[in-house]
Ligand binder design. Structure first.
Ligand SMILES: Nc1ncnc2c1ncn2[C@@H]1O[C@H](COP(=O)(O)OP(=O)(O)O)[C@@H](O)[C@H]1O
Ligand SMILES: [Mg+2]
Length: 470
């Protein structure tokens, strides 16, 4: 390029020189008196030579100027290439001349471009972090159904990597999700749906919306827990209604009979009244247990916790619940307990031991012996109530802590059970930060365990009130 400019300059000078010689000859002919032709030629030649000398002197200067300008322009072109290639750190060297204002303007443009790109990148990262920290799964597709991007929850749910640029259908086979996305792409309207085949055991609500720039975005909200809670609420209401209706129907029947046949003999009337009383008691127990369960499950349930020795807790339970087994012929035995401290609400603990010992008596009483004790395991004290009755089948072991779950409904009802006792116990134990479970082998009895964390005393604990007052 520099060479071309230089050659052009050279040509221009040559033309100027010829033009200069012709003009000189004309001027000389006009100005000088007529003389020999030679004189004009000589004058013209001298003028030409002087022009050539001037040209020779001007040439390096012209070359220097031409090279200088084209060098700077080359730098501008290079700079433009670097910017186009994404290198926004490129800058032009500026000098104090006419080109410098253009160079400064270009530098300023590059600085502003850099700032804009940095801002866009920040926003993109913010958006990516936001999308990744969402509990919902999100996937965006192009108008052709190819993945634009997806957040980490979506990747986890899909189980296979969802790669940008590939059709969504290659990574996700769920027909409900694909139908929603397809619907949003085709109709440019929001489409909703539900999916239960995207991830095993999980239910999602799908919301697919078209994007203004083409394509669509699908948001998947996990409703598994909400559904389970709703199902459990429905089951609970159905169970309560059923449990109340049975004794109520019986009471209604006997009362109507008594009203309609007032002359029935007193013996029969008394028999009827006893049945009515039994059913009324059953309803009363049920409502009491329902209230107790609602109490311990309420977010406002407050425990009045205090540090107590595990062995003292076991002794208290045996002492206060000994009355339960009077006349039953069953022996209530202490199996010993460590001297560790646990933070407990004594009344709530009494409820726990009461329910477990009552169950042991009701369902395992044939074993003639019930053992109550505790052991220290790592940072926990594990309390237990053991009976030697028929035991519990392994298929029931986890479920007996559910509300209204009873292995033998008739037997439970006969013995005044409501099916809520273990649910209340489990909730109290959990409120203490503990765990509860049952172990059993059919025919060899059942052991109910609950573990509570050992408390670290903040201050020396008095072993008994007597010592304290002495
Ligand atoms: N010690 C035990 N031995 C055998 N089965 C038991 C024992 N404790 C509880 N169960 C079973 O667990 C079920 C649930 O107990 P629970 O919630 O206390 O309800 P309820 O005693 O009112 O029936 C009982 O109906 C019974 O079938
Ligand atoms: Mg019970």
């Amino acid at each position: 390029m520099t060479r071309k400019v230089f050659v052009k300059l050279l040509g221009l000078f040559a033309l100027l020189l010829i033009f200069h010689a012709a003009v000189m000859e004309l001027v000389f002919r006009q100005m000088l008196p007529a003389g020999p032709v030679d004189t004009f030629h000589r004058l013209t030649r001298e003028a030409l030579w002087s022009g050539l000398i001037a040209l020779a002197a001007a040439l390096p200067v012209a070359a220097w100027v031409a090279f200088g300008i084209t060098g700077r322009l080359r730098q501008v072109v290079e700079f433009a290439h670097r910017i186009a290639a994404g290198d926004l750190t490129a800058r032009l060297r500026t000098e104090d001349d006419e080109l410098s204002s253009m160079e400064s303007a270009l530098n300023q443009t590059a600085v502003q471009l850099g700032q804009s790109f940095a801002e866009i990148e920040n926003r993109r990262q913010e958006l990516a972090t936001m999308l990744d920290s969402m509990q919902e799964a999100v996937v965006a597709v192009t108008a052709e159904g190819q993945v634009r991007w997806s957040n980490s929850v979506m990747q986890r749910i899909a189980g296979t990597p969802i790669r940008a640029g590939r059709p969504l259908v290659h990574s996700v086979r769920d027909p409900d999700l694909l139908a929603c996305v397809k619907g949003a792409l085709e109709t440019a309207e929001v489409k909703t749906g539900r999916s239960n085949s995207l991830a095993p055991g999980r239910i999602f609500e799908i919301n697919a919306a078209p994007l203004p720039s083409g394509g669509a975005i699908a948001v998947l909200h996990d409703v598994t827990r909400v559904e389970a809670a709703e199902r459990s609420r429905r089951d609970f209401i159905a169970n309560v209604s059923h449990e109340l209706r049975t004794p109520l129907t019986s009471i209604q029947g006997y009362v109507e009979t008594l009203i309609e046949t007032p002359a029935a003999n007193p013996e029969t009337a008394r028999e009827f009244l006893c049945v009515i009383q039994k059913n009324a008691r059953r309803m009363s127990r049920l409502t009491e247990d329902l209230l107790a369960l609602a109490g311990v499950e309420s977010p406002d349930y407050k425990l009045a916790r205090q540090p107590m020795r595990a062995n003292a807790l076991v002794e208290d339970a045996l002492e206060s619940l000994g009355g339960l087994i009077v006349d039953s012929g069953v022996e209530l035995e202490s199996a010993g307990a460590p001297d560790e401290l646990v933070l407990v609400d004594p009344d709530a603990m009494n409820q726990v031991f009461g329910n477990l010992i009552e169950n042991a008596l009701k369902y395992g009483g044939l074993g003639r012996k019930i053992r109550v004790g505790a052991r220290k395991i790592h940072t926990d004290v594990e309390f237990f109530v053991q009976d030697f009755g028929p035991g519990i089948g392994s298929e029931h072991l986890d479920r007996i802590f559910e509300r209204f779950y009873r292995i033998d409904k008739a037997r439970s009802r006969e013995s005044g059970g409501t099916g809520l006792g273990l649910a209340i116990v489990a909730q109290i134990v959990r409120a203490h930060g503990g765990r509860i479970w049952a172990e059993s082998e059919l025919g060899s009895g059942a052991t109910f365990w609950f573990a509570l964390p050992i408390a670290v005393p903040a201050a020396p604990v008095e072993t008994s009130s007597k010592t304290a007052s002495a």
